[in-house]
Design a protein around this ligand. Structure first.
Ligand code: ZN
Length: 228
């Protein structure tokens, strides 16, 4: 029996780095979807009051000058907390986003979000334990890989900007949910979702001519190659 929460809040944060306490959120996008179908969006850039590491500018395309006039977290933490409210959080690698949000809420004396929520990374891992790696997918359980897996690449870009990533997340969540409840029409060859039949590693999926080829990630030590 699957119970659908009253309100789902899909979100993604871009940050100055990987440390939930030391680093800061520089962009957040939240999409709230209630059971009745009502959709609301919240987004803001946040001035981290420190220079951005070069690598972050490379990944997100955001520069120091883009954040100079953005509000600081002190100015937006309350409205973010209110927007999220008691909705059920949904994110890809949820603990990462929650660490940053809760650290921000703590610094601003606001109620932290609880441990519950839906992590599409966990769902993906349990449904497709060793998901094959698509040509531009970047890694087995990356959001970008799921984008290719569900054939969403023509409508969505994995842009590493909060809004684009959340729009993709909503669609990936829908596909994961359909698949897990047996509503999906698609059946995948076992090697696509469970990895190499010999060694169990995820496989690289490539296309050549009219064929789809799976090559074991552990090549050359494992030489398994399949046409699917
Ligand atoms: Zn293998």
């Amino acid at each position: 029996m699957i119970t659908i929460p009253e309100r789902l809040v899909f979100f993604d944060v871009e940050t100055t780095g990987l440390d939930g306490n030391r680093d800061r959120i520089i962009e957040i996008f939240v999409l709230s979807l209630s059971k009745s179908g009502e959709v609301e969006e919240y987004e803001t850039l946040i001035n981290p009051e420190r220079p951005l590491p070069e690598k972050i500018t490379e990944i997100t395309g955001l520069k120091d000058s883009d954040l100079l006039d953005a509000p600081t977290e002190r100015e937006v933490a309350v409205e973010i907390r209110e927007f999220v409210g008691f909705g059920t959080p949904v994110a890809h690698n949820l603990p990462f986003d929650l660490r940053f949000l809760n650290a921000m809420f703590r610094r601003n004396n606001l109620l932290e979000m609880g441990g519950g929520g839906i992590d599409t990374l966990d769902i993906s891992r349990s449904l497709f334990p060793k998901l094959c790696i698509y040509p531009e997918g970047g890694g087995s359980h990356r959001l970008s890989n799921l984008m290719y897996h569900f054939g969403l690449q023509d409508s969505y870009a994995n842009a590493h900007r909060a809004r684009d990533d959340v729009m993709l997340l909503v669609e990936v969540f829908r596909h994961l949910q359909e698949y897990s409840t047996g509503q999906s029409q698609i059946e995948y060859p076992k090697a696509v979702t469970h990895g190499c039949p010999t060694c169990g590693s995820p496989m690289y999926l490539t296309y050549s001519d009219s064929q789809t080829i799976l090559t074991c990630k552990r090549q050359p030590s494992c030489a398994v190659k399949l046409v699917v």
